[in-house]
Design a protein around this ligand. Structure first.
Ligand code: PGA
Ligand code: ZN
Length: 424
């Protein structure tokens, strides 16, 4: 099989901002496309998302340069090559880019091709995407249905007016995707009903979670626990609670500034605050709870919360999750530092933070080698592409994190898990 055609176009993501969709045609007639997402609370160590910065189009957010890099630069190199060694093709693109952070071609350009190549080979071999990914990258290790992290209340940059904590998450205890999604959806709608009764807004943020005018960050946990209880679901038994603080966004001049709670606190005080959340509400999962280079507080918190002398890893089946997202940026060098410093016991995996699926898979494997939990994740600006659902299942990831229970760009991923569950 040879690559006959590669063509990228500029489409829009769930925030109405430009992103790329790349089409690949093989000489056997196979034709697929893949689209890439885009973050808002991006880590400063992420690979570069190439934007045009032409203020005459889309407030500078156009991606025509990245589109051109696919159509002119990458396509020239890959056309007519055999599509059997995907890692080699990813490596060719990385060499063509030649920068450590993908700033020449753009991680958005490279990833759109990387994902599309995999889809093309899977389709050409008439295999479901997850099966192909599992066999090719994970040598047939047993695939595994991830638990799902649902971000039911949105704050930070994803709602832009209210809570400092970016995401308030529920993780249903059910292993079957359809069951987990049902629990998630029922709790989501119970929160909606509860908010209506309290005469609070049910408008949603970027990832489809509510952002009501509650008085403090903490009240959100009460709202979720109460709403779940109203329909017979118990915190701790039927679901666990989590947060993604996205703390780099509220780190100002060495202090953590929680506007909602009128608090300006040190890292030490923030640790105490998180411990109180674990204590009072049984919060189980803590993502990006400190600024992305505040290694010291990450390590302290992990040691205290997990109760492991001198740090938190490796931990199998941990009772508390401390997850690095902006901390690691799906970058194995940063993960290595995190392992040495015992800064976390779980990693968020976002393909567009690093640029190719080859490197994404390396990050997943390294996290597993460290004994960390793996959470494959979407971005706040998404498309209808459900690649990450297949990836999470194929990789045997512990979690899939892909927003709330509304907005089709989120539901596309859940619906794909339900298809996989039904062998479709
Ligand atoms: P982002 O948010 O896509 O805006 O970075 C998601 C996250 O922080 O997990
Ligand atoms: Zn995050």
């Amino acid at each position: 099989m040879k690559i006959k055609d590669i063509k990228a176009i500029e489409i829009l993501d769930s925030r109405g901002n430009p992103t790329l969709r790349t089409f690949i045609t093989l000489d056997d007639g196979t034709n697929v496309s893949s689209s890439v997402p885009s973050g808002a609370s991006t880590g400063s160590h992420e690979a570069v998302e190439l934007r045009d910065n032409d203020l005459k189009r889309y407030q500078g957010l156009g991606v025509l340069k990245a589109v051109n890099n696919v159509n002119e630069v990458i396509a020239k190199k890959l056309l007519n090559l055999k599509l059997d060694e995907l890692d080699k093709l990813d490596k060719l693109m990385l060499d063509l880019d030649g920068t450590p952070n993908r700033s020449r071609l753009g991680a958005n350009a490279i990833l759109s091709v990387s994902q599309a190549l995999i889809k093309a080979l899977a389709m050409s071999q008439k295999k479901p995407l997850w099966q192909f990914i599992n066999e090719y990258y994970f040598q047939g290790e047993k695939p595994f249905m991830p638990k799902i992290m649902f971000n039911v209340v949105n704050g930070g940059k994803h709602a832009n007016w209210n809570f400092d904590i970016q995401e308030f998450i529920i993780i249903p205890s059910r292993q079957l995707a359809s069951e987990s999604i049902k629990v998630g959806s029922e709790i989501y709608h119970s929160i909606q009903k509860n908010l209506k009764e309290k005469k609070l807004s049910i408008l949603v943020g970027d990832e489809g979670g509510f952002s009501p005018a509650l008085k403090s960050n903490e009240e959100v946990f009460q709202l979720i626990i109460e709403s779940a209880k109203n329909i017979g679901y118990e915190n701790g038994r039927d679901f666990k609670l989590g947060i993604d603080a996205a703390a780099s966004e509220f780190f100002k001049e060495g202090k953590y500034v929680l506007k909602k709670d009128s608090k300006e606190i040190t890292g030490e005080e923030l640790i105490k605050y998180y411990l109180s959340l674990a204590d009072k509400y049984g919060v189980y999962s803590f993502e990006d709870v400190f600024q992305e280079d505040d290694w010291e507080n990450w390590s302290k918190f992990t040691a205290i919360l997990t109760g492991v002398e001198g740090g938190g890893n490796p931990i199998q089946d941990p009772s508390e999750l401390i997850i690095g997202d902006d901390l690691f940026c799906t970058n194995t060098n940063r993960m290595k530092t995190g392992f040495e410093k015992k800064s976390a016991n779980a990693a968020i995996i976002k393909p567009n933070q690093i640029g190719t699926i080859k490197e994404t898979v390396e990050a997943i494997k390294l996290a597993k080698q460290y004994g960390w939990a793996v959470a494959v994740s979407h971005r706040s600006g998404e498309t209808e592409d459900s690649f990450i659902a297949d990836l999470a299942y194929a990789a045997g990831a512990d979690f899939l994190k892909t927003g709330s229970l509304s907005r089709s760009e989120r539901l596309a991923k859940y619906n794909r898990l339900i298809e996989i569950e039904n062998n479709l």
